[in-house]
Write a protein that binds this ligand. Sequence first.
Ligand code: GCU
Length: 838
Amino acid sequence: MLPDEDGVAAWLRYAALPESQRTATNSPAIDTVIVLGDEASDASSPLSVAGRELVDGISKILGRSVSLGSSSSQHTSSTLVVGVRDAFTLLEGVPSSSPLDHTDGYWIDPASSSSPSRIIGHDARGVLYGAFAYLSKLAQGRLSSEAWGSSPRAPIRWINQWDNMDGTIERGYGGRSLFFEGGAIREDLARVKEYARLMASVGLNGIVINNVNANASLLSEESLANGVKRVADIMRPYGVRIGLALNFDAPRTLGGLETSDPLDENVVAWWTEKTHLIYKYVPDMLGYTIKANSEGQPGPLSYGRTLAEGANLFAKPLSQYGGFVFYRAFVYDHHLREDNPKNDRANAAVDFFAHLDDAFDDNVVVQVKFGPIDFQVREPVSPLLARLRKTKAVIEFMVAQEYMGQQTHAVYLAPQWQEVLAFDMRVDGKPSLVRDILSPSGPFGWPTTGYTAVVNVGRDTTWLGHHLAMANLYAYGRLTWAPESDARVLLDEWTRLTWSTDPEVVETLGNLLMDTWPAYEGHSGNLGIQTLCDILYTHYGPSPASQDGNGWGQWTRANAKSLGMDRTVATGTGFAGQYHPEVASVYEKIETTPDNLLLWFHHVPYTHVLKSGKTVIQHFYDAHYEGAAMVQTFSQRWASLRGKIDDARWEHVAFKLAYQAGHALVWRDSVCRFYHSLSGIDDDKKRVGHYAHRYALAAPSPNVVLDGYTPVDARLPESASNGKAVQTEEEKSGKVTITLDVDSAVYDIAVNYFDTSVGRASYSLAVNDSTVGTWQGNLQDRLGHDFSEYIDGHSATRIYFRGVALKGGDVLIIEGQPDGKERAPLDYVSILPEGVVD
Ligand code: GCU
């Protein structure tokens, strides 16, 4: 049996390469690592980190004794020599133009029979990246005798953590903050060091450690001197520099000034002094991230100034230190009126920023979310990425799965990012792929451009709350380095490193995870309608109704006959016209808009026929059923890996995938019911509204008797059968008795209930007099994530009892024992013949 693992080593486990997979080339006989250069002995240099990492990695992967040699040690074929290129007297074999010519680049030359192996870096950080690249190949059993090198396409390869100083993480699902607790930086930063190591291993070089909704007290001298500085010192040896998110209003709230007006001289002086102080403690600080005039945050517009004036306020003092302002383009009015058909939140980024292209200082970089709204399951690429020319931009992705199952569902996001990066913006009618725009060699020649992503790692040993979510962090890092990478190739690397080099594991897990995003899109929101989660509450479970009727502007404009946002120039909000003409003309017309973005750009009847030949409404029904059906296969596919990976991680994932299967059905039913009731159009396949195997407990039925249970409205009608659940009285247990009307056979029993965050109710299920099983409504503990206080699509969940022999007339009894405000709420029971999911 394989020893249990907790996930904390992530893809840097350095598991022993199985004997059966070893060859002479993939398992070189290295016994000494020599790091060249004076910095080699300076523990704070990436060079010395590289040396230590190589010794540790090679000895673990190959199970041999490896030591650090001194620079005078002899170089033999069992030596690995490591250093920056200037430290090598001869660069024999390195091509005249190579990745070594570029910042952070490396060149790796595995040993031949007569010469040592070499890892050469353009600079110290390049050496470290080379060391990790070498170890990655070694751990995957993929080291060959061929030399290779690489350098990153973009200089900015960052992370934004949304950590709060009280230790919580905005949109965090993996435990409390690694950085903060109780209003200050934590004493114990051991995991921060491990995080920096993980980042470096995939090429990430910067991190903003605090929430964009920033707490100004991070900037107090005490906090900078005793906290922020320690974080920077710990991350620096890994080539990771830190940045800070600032609160625009800090001059007022922290500095006691009367205003935060960016043109006020006292405000300018305050930020200038603050910047000096920050650099006193962190001399290589990357810069500031600013969320202003966004979702209630103050900003320059609050003082009648332009966004550029706001950004330049920070840019000026930063410029003397070589620091950057990352000014977020996420500026929009969240009190937008839906009754004006021209209003459109998607227009905001270009409307606010494009005309300011000449107005930003040189060291301002505009940070643009990849889509015009907010990390939805499907969005077109933000047109702003092709509309700034002089002003540099970075793209913002989201590793945190805020709208994508919150790390409780497994959803591999790299295929989505790959699509975004390969999208051709046709700037001036010429090829302009997003990934090229985000590179200094791209059409705009931005020297400072690249990537950032919201990441929510926490103290959980899984980092992200779900072992499988780590594939996203891995792939994100690798894409920032090499954005033309293929999502599947990255996934397979990650699997070999994280789980096993067994080809069956790689194949099974790769196929499974590649199915997750399509499945999620299938059961969440199709045809570009957005994720359809509850945007007024936790952004997790389904609530299609929540998109409309409020100022947030994630509208679908669904009515009884039609739905979708008309974003055309001709009749709609004009958003399509924000793209360069060739792209704009594709989106302007229904005929040329791809089906998967139809409802993003057009308002059409439910009966509109898609290019696929289906109507919109039938596509919704089918996609929801297919997506949810796909999710049901995940558990089985995962089950085939039992024994091939350690039990601890296997069980953790198995539990989550089983939960995901149940919740995918909740999604499917809620969304289908909602549009069925709104449109009045039946499902051709007669599935929606017909649940042949279910006993809905709140519906009057001679088969169902409630004792101590009463019907209650679900918070969202579509999230329970007929809009109602049943629950007990406060502090009193209740009983539901169902007389079954089934043929004699073996069935799976599924119980759909609601597991809220306000208690841990207990349940038991019996058939006739014998107990089938018991459970507790404690998903808040087991999934590490609070969904909802209410009976709704977030808390709705399912538990299975499989393989129960039943016959007509059998009596099924569920007893519920409330806990606190959770009154053991139940929805329905499904009695499922073999192979049926309902
Ligand atoms: C989303 C998210 C917020 C976050 C915001 C942002 O709206 O729900 O929690 O603050 O994005 O990116 O600033």
